[in-house]
Design a protein around this ligand. Structure first.
Ligand SMILES: Cc1ncc(COP(=O)(O)O)c(C=O)c1O
Length: 425
């Protein structure tokens, strides 16, 4: 089927929720994708952080073939061989004790919020009342279901669907005083993306995360981290919180876990897990044998790639920082490992650059209006970084004149730049 006929049919038959680029992808290998016309693209987005091993990884392909021929689904009414093994691997690398498997990021986040409420009801009451208040962060993104939306600190996602789940208050991200002001005995959880992804690749400050850990520990509330985008090797460690020396009570992961098959997980401590009993939470599809087999394979590969992600992340960040010196339009360069961003001075420039790179066969993404986001597969090499940075340099130069807001002098007085906390940790 051609791009024209697919897009005509979709326009007629699908809910109009996506503004797709006019490209029909038909296959992928490694860091490259090919469209229906045979054009090759360098993938610096990995399906928004999902294809961490690149496309068509031989070990993943083999695992899918093997398991698809044996057993795909049994439901959670029965045992299969792989959930326990996957839970063992995830608890080992996270320092947590127990896992629950689901199908997506938003579903993992919903489960994490439910754990916080259930734990407070059972084990951490506020006098005769149970603690129900959740503190979430401004500028955060946790998904599209009601609980996730209720904790997402961006009005544009929430507004069309109010009223949402009650009991959520928002804290200014990385504002210690605001967190101290809003935290009290009614709080059951503090919810943080260790690195805000959709919000523009903004890492949590060390002091802020430590304060959240201290306050929650003192009052018996839970520190709940969203590592759906930044976890599982993306920053060069298994989890982004491992850069900070903090152990959360609950962490949600998803995106790269099963390399494109739908799989998410909630990881938590023994103490928190005690608040759940049979029938309190569940899912039909979550943690099926096919997805679990692939995730086990993914974790084997991820472990081998951590050092490479750290080295390439450092190289990539340094190259972007060098671009920053050359371009007046660049307002900030930030990130960790292979989760990097360049913030430019206007949405128009970010849009024009993203479009031009795509025309040249390089896939990146614009998020939060002015932020160019890079989430390449962990298997990229220096030559791919060089290609991207060179093309970015040209695209910025070509597009920044007509869209630029700040001149050379003005850049100095532009809004304060938020540098990354641990750019190459
Ligand atoms: C940090 C974060 N949390 C949650 C989600 C929601 O995940 P999903 O789209 O799999 O529901 C996303 C998706 O982009 C995310 O980046």
């Amino acid at each position: 089927m051609s791009l024209a006929s697919v897009s005509r049919m979709e326009a007629k038959l699908l809910l109009p929720t996506y503004e797709r680029q006019p490209i029909l992808f038909v296959r992928g290998r490694g860091v490259y994708l090919w469209d229906s016309r045979g054009q090759r693209y360098l993938d610096f987005l990995s399906g928004i952080g999902v294809n961490a091993l690149g496309h068509n990884h031989p070990a993943i392909q083999a695992a899918i073939k093997r398991q698809a021929g044996r057993l795909i689904h049994v439901s959670n009414l029965f045992f299969h061989e792989y959930q326990a093994e996957l839970a063992r691997l995830l608890t080992e690398i996270s320092g947590l004790d127990r896992a629950f498997f689901c199908n997506s990021g938003t579903e993992a986040w919903e489960g994490a919020l439910k754990l916080a409420r259930a734990f407070a009801q059972m084990k951490n009451r506020n006098g005769s009342k149970s603690k129900t208040r959740i503190l979430a962060m401004d500028n955060s993104f946790h998904g599209r279901t009601f609980g996730a939306l209720a904790t997402t600190g961006q009005p544009k996602y929430r507004a069309p669907f109010v009223p949402l789940v009650p009991g959520v208050s928002f804290v200014k991200f990385n504002d210690l005083d605001d967190l101290r002001r809003k935290f009290d005995a009614s709080v059951c959880a503090v919810c943080i993306e260790t690195i805000q992804g959709e919000g523009g690749i903004r890492p949590v400050n060390r002091e802020f995360l430590k304060l959240a850990a201290r306050l929650t520990k003192q009052s018996g509330a839970l520190l709940v981290l969203d590592e759906i985008q930044c976890g599982l090797g993306r920053t060069g460690r298994h989890f982004a919180y491992q850069h900070y020396g903090v152990r959360p009570d609950v962490v949600a992961v998803a995106k790269p876990l099963a390399c494109g098959l739908p799989l998410g997980a909630i990881l938590t401590t023994e103490r928190v897990a005690e608040c759940m009993h049979s029938g309190m939470h569940g899912t039909t599809f979550g943690g099926g044998p096919l997805a679990c087999v692939v995730a086990i394979e993914f974790l084997r590969e991820e472990k081998k790639l951590l050092k490479h992600v750290r080295a390439l992340g450092k190289y990539f960040h340094a190259a972007l920082a060098a671009l920053d010196k050359k371009h007046k339009s660049i307002q900030d360069v930030r990130g960790a490992g292979l989760m990097q961003a360049v913030e430019v001075d206007s949405p128009e420039l970010a849009k024009a650059v993203t479009k031009q790179l795509l025309q040249e066969g390089i896939i990146i993404n614009r998020t939060h209006e002015t932020v160019l986001r890079f989430l390449p597969p962990y298997v990229i090499q220096k030559k791919h970084v060089d290609q991207l940075v060179k093309a970015l340099d040209v695209a910025l130069r070509k597009n920044e004149e007509p869209t630029r807001k700040y001149g050379k002098e003005e850049k100095k007085t532009a809004p304060p730049r938020r540098k990354e906390v641990h750019a190459h940790a």
